[in-house]
Design a protein around this ligand. Sequence first.
Ligand SMILES: Cc1cc(Cl)ccc1OCc1nc2ccc(F)cc2n1[C@H](C(=O)NC1CCCCC1)C1CCCCC1
Length: 233
Amino acid sequence: REKVEMTKEQRALMKAIVDAYNRHQIPQDVAKKLLQEQYSAEENFLLLTEMATSQVQVLVEFTKNIPGFLSLDREDQIALLKGSTVEAMFLRSAQVFSRKMPNGHTVVLEERIRKSGIPDEFMTPMFNFYKSIGELHMVQEEQAILTAITILMPDRPYVKDHQAVERLQETMLNVLRKLCVLQHPQEQQYFARLLGRLTELRTLSHYHAEMLTSWKMNDHKFTPLLCEIWDVQ
Ligand SMILES: Cc1cc(Cl)ccc1OCc1nc2ccc(F)cc2n1[C@H](C(=O)NC1CCCCC1)C1CCCCC1
């Protein structure tokens, strides 16, 4: 098999993405908060809206650092952000859930999430996704580039210049493909498995509006930003 090597440009691109990904982290660690105590459904809903609001801001900053993104048509930039935010939130949640934690913490975290107020019918698909992400043991470079690939999805609604987005995404996919071979040389199909998770992520994200409106509590209040992003109210 030929030696896989990244070009200088690809290494620079990956560094830019990873630096942006690490710079734009959720300010306060939600897992730590959840491990402290079991909150009520109302408190959990509020916690989610706070986390989601800061995640949207973090995502906008991260996206601005994706080389080429700001050269896209302005309305396409908005369409890509609007179309990927929920998926990026679930991907981030999966990465937070799959992080190595002290013994027993993941069990407690899962318990807290199961009792958070999210309707029961969404627990299985959600945790199946979290566990399938966890099994991949992604390195942070892979997490960062996978998030960029999710944002640069050409088939999001209302995207006009399909080709321009496809070109950017393809550049990312080329970097991810090489990275997977370099990081997981034993697993021939690791790259394919990774992309398969994006399909699972899209399916899970279909439920988001119903998950929110059927949260086990009364009068669900959303901020204007979240109404926009979450297709609710
Ligand atoms: C992302 C998402 C969307 C919808 Cl519609 C419904 C639910 C959801 O996240 C479920 C979910 N899976 C998790 C796994 C690990 C974890 F630490 C927190 C997790 N969360 C929620 C959360 O804070 N997520 C944020 C994580 C950071 C990025 C923005 C989102 C908490 C909110 C408080 C009640 C327990 C669930």
